[in-house]
Design a protein around this ligand. Structure first.
Ligand SMILES: C[S@@+](CC[C@H](N)C(=O)[O-])C[C@H]1O[C@@H](n2cnc3c(N)ncnc32)[C@H](O)[C@@H]1O
Length: 301
């Protein structure tokens, strides 16, 4: 039986706690800062899960069927019975006006519905959309945003987010975005050391990075002399840090402000799994948003 509010699943490593601590810290600062402003506020969770920390590793069929994830990197994280992003957002005070939870999995949507029983005063303001995060977000972003502001959390397992979705978020000029970029768990593995990348992986990288120029940016060719003095060409792949910086710089091209140093979420053997990126779409709100986000991210290295 999938997670209901009565039987939360067992999951949650240190990097999961870090991610949620940063998010929860930001949500409280955000609603406090906007309290006296005339905007309607929303928290949007596009990969909402069940409301409890999700059994990511338990879903090996789901993750492996996507052919893009490498669960071995993170599997030894300790387990815990703890609340996930959706519930933490509902606890943030001052509260948001609306909560939009997007989730593809039907059982997790049912678990999200059950959350309303635990937050009866807020039940009417909790909207659950079962569907694909990219489609749902692009639809939401196409609405009028002049009098609205939102924090949007994109917490995919792997490579599911599409650049067109990120662009739609930036174009609202109203949304603050927290995004887990699948650096170690996806991108770094799809960028093979040899530089020979299967076409389906190339397509997935194009969708996430929103361009086809990543190959030229992240690989170069070095010419060395071999022991006989003959020239030999060799493909050299960029370092993990360079890949992360490349993505963060792409965010900077489309958002009003971006945290210069994203958080690095590492597993227990110090491998970077995800970058915790922050971007703000509103020019006037960017200074305070960046100050808060960068403060929260300062120790996430
Ligand atoms: C990492 S979990 C989310 C964890 C959650 N943020 C938390 O803190 O508890 C990712 C969730 O995204 C859902 N998911 C996967 N692909 C999706 C898609 N294309 N659209 C919407 N949800 C998706 C999965 O079913 C899973 O529940």
């Amino acid at each position: 039986m999938e997670n209901t509010h009565a039987t939360p699943p067992r999951f949650g490593g240190d990097w999961t706690s870090t991610k949620l601590k940063v998010l929860a810290g930001y949500l409280e600062s955000y609603t406090t800062a906007l309290q006296a402003r005339p905007f309607k506020t929303a928290y949007i969770d596009a990969f909402a899960g069940s409301g409890y920390r999700d059994a990511r590793r338990k879903d090996s069929n789901e993750t492996l069927s996507q052919g893009l994830l490498f669960p071995d990197l993170a599997k030894e994280e300790p387990q815990a019975l703890l609340e996930g992003s959706a519930r933490l957002a509902l606890r943030a005070r001052p509260r948001f006006n609306k909560y939009i939870f997007i989730e593809q999995n039907a059982e997790r949507c049912a678990a999200l519905e059950a959350i309303k029983q635990d937050f009866p005063d807020m039940a009417d303001d909790i909207l659950i959309h079962q569907g694909d995060a990219n489609e749902e977000i692009q639809n939401l972003c196409s609405k009028k945003w002049d009098s609205r502001r939102a924090v949007l959390f994109l917490d995919p397992y792997g490579m599911q987010v599409e650049w067109t979705t990120i662009e739609a978020i930036a174009q609202t000029k109203a949304i603050d975005l927290w995004l887990l970029f699948p650096l170690g768990i996806g991108v770094n593995r799809l960028l093979t050391r040899s530089g020979e990348i299967p076409e389906s992986w190339q397509r997935r990288l194009n969708l996430l990075l929103g361009t086809e120029d990543w190959y030229d940016e992240l690989y170069n060719t070095q010419t060395n002399l071999d022991i006989f003095g003959d020239e030999r060409e060799r493909v050299v792949k960029a370092k993990t840090e360079t890949i992360g910086r490349y993505f963060n710089d792409r965010l900077k091209n489309i958002f009003a402000g971006v945290a210069d140093k994203p958080g690095v979420l590492r597993n227990s053997v110090n491998n970077p799994l995800y970058l915790l990126c922050f971007a703000v779409a509103n020019e006037r709100g960017k200074e305070i948003a960046l100050r808060i986000a960068e403060h929260l991210l300062r120790d996430v290295r």
